[in-house]
Write a protein that binds this ligand. Structure first.
Ligand SMILES: Cc1cc2nc3c(=O)[nH]c(=O)nc-3n(C[C@H](O)[C@H](O)[C@H](O)COP(=O)(O)OP(=O)(O)OC[C@H]3O[C@@H](n4cnc5c(N)ncnc54)[C@H](O)[C@@H]3O)c2cc1C
Length: 413
């Protein structure tokens, strides 16, 4: 029997969508090269208010009400609760919902795809085939099937982090530091000529801390050895070098991928659908929020008996990337392009202005919950309140990237 939907990939995005589809009674199959219950090793942070239900809000292993950012010497309090996801609890919860919805998983990698007027066939690496009325590619940032338009240089978020114990606490007790752009441990030349990085850090309790030197976005990616070197120099400069390392994290993913073609006969989800927020790199919250929306859209499209895979996927793409979200994405991409040209000092002043905006504006911008006029208003307010060098940087970016600026303003492709 042909499945309604075949999900390729069992990361946070694939599992969230499979769970939502199974829950509404669709016949769902999933494929992933490893056991879908194999541990996710990434450390997933999220603002608590981005978790769409109280059940999902209970998936945090830890939460912080004392959240700050340092932009230069200013300590800015962020009146918003941040948390770390309990990966095994979230994964277990999604897999349980999948099981209740009858989702069946095969341990195989997808290799090729073909379409007829009534179904799609995915060939697995062992040569076997799985058919479904529509295929969702949730295979991550380098998708196996989803096609994207050609694009310029890819800017990557890169980070090197350590969970461990330290000679002295690197973070105040009970605190989460979203970004610490203080760079007094670097030489003046390094601050001016090398890519800016910041510290993301949190107190995990019982003498353990997570500290991560992070490049928000840079093309090419900032190498891990530079991030590692900077993390240790920063900690040594503050008098709190690492005593014991429990876990090392290497983080690398693209930040500025274009939205995929919306008329292709395969739907994408998660990293494969360019759902990473270009301002922050966050994506898991969006994958959890959009899963029921996309699932209901697919269920509606599947009710048409003769719907082609292309038609069903098109309805899914429309639910995932409605016009307003596309326009916001173009605004965010322009915002990111601007930041790519800023050195440490200018970035410090940029974020000092950003986090002084009303909370509804900076929080909504980071979570992509603002309407397009609200995103524009936020950008304009920031521009009007920013110091001269930041403003001139923003204007220079508009002049250097006129096509991108025009797309951001008009929302047109
Ligand atoms: C170290 C690190 C930390 C991060 N921290 C955060 C964070 O705090 N918050 C946040 O929102 N984001 C974070 N991210 C971004 C992260 O990339 C994504 O948010 C998330 O992992 C992407 O989810 P995904 O399900 O789309 O893809 P993935 O998690 O990459 O999952 C892809 C799935 O597809 C499977 N797959 C791949 N190829 C095939 C194939 N050919 N056939 C079948 N299956 C296949 C894989 O095995 C996997 O199961 C972090 C990333 C890294 C690397």
């Amino acid at each position: 029997m042909t499945a309604d939907v075949l999900i390729v990939g069992a990361g946070p995005a694939g599992l969230a969508l499979a769970a939502a589809l199974g829950e509404i009674g669709l016949r769902v199959e999933g494929i992933a090269p490893a056991d879908p219950a194999a541990s996710w090793t990434n450390t997933y942070g999220i603002w608590e208010d981005e978790l769409p239900t109280s059940t999902l809000a209970a998936m945090l292993q830890q939460r912080w009400t004392d959240c700050v950012a340092y932009t230069g010497d200013d300590e800015m309090r962020l009146a918003r609760v941040y948390g770390l996801l309990d990966n095994s609890r979230l994964q277990g919860h999604l897999l349980e919902r999948c099981a209740r919805g009858g989702v069946r998983w095969r341990r195989q990698a997808a290799h090729a795809i073909a379409h007829t007027a009534s179904y799609s066939t995915v060939t697995l690496v062992d040569g076997s085939e799985v058919c479904a009325r529509v295929v969702v590619d949730a295979s991550g940032h380098a998708p196996i099937f989803v096609q994207r338009p050609a694009h310029g240089a890819v800017a990557y978020q890169a980070a090197y982090g350590v969970v461990g114990r330290f000679v002295r606490p690197p973070v105040r007790a009970g605190r989460m530091v979203l970004m610490d752009y203080r760079a007094d441990f670097l030489t003046a030349t390094e601050r001016q000529q090398e890519p800016p990085t910041f510290l993301y850090a949190m107190d995990l309790g019982e003498g353990r801390y997570f500290v991560e030197e992070t490049s928000l976005a840079h093309a090419p990616a900032v190498p891990f050895n530079m991030l590692r070197g900077r993390l240790h120099r920063r900690l040594a400069h503050w008098g709190c070098p690492v005593r014991t390392i429990e876990h090392e994290e290497f983080c690398l993913f693209p930040m500025n991928m274009p939205v995929p073609y919306l008329d292709q006969p395969v739907l994408g989800y998660g990293g494969a659908a360019s759902m990473v927020h270009p301002a922050s790199g966050y994506q898991v919250g969006a994958a959890l929020r959009y899963a029921p929306i996309v699932a209901h859209a697919l269920a509606a499209a599947l009710q048409t008996p003769n719907a082609t895979p292309g038609h069903i996927a098109h309805v899914g793409w429309g639910a995932l990337w409605p016009q307003a979200r596309l326009h916001n994405h173009r605004l965010y991409l322009f915002g990111l392009q601007t930041l790519l040209s800023f050195d440490t000092a200018r970035l410090q002043r940029f974020f000092a202005t950003f986090f002084r905006l009303p909370r509804a504006q900076w929080a909504g911008y980071l979570s992509n919950t603002l309407s397009t006029p609200e995103v524009m208003q936020t950008m304009l307010t920031l521009f009007l309140h920013a110091p001269g060098d930041v403003r001139s940087g923003l204007m220079t970016a508009a002049l250097r990237h006129p096509a991108m600026f025009a797309r951001a303003v008009t929302g047109l492709a």
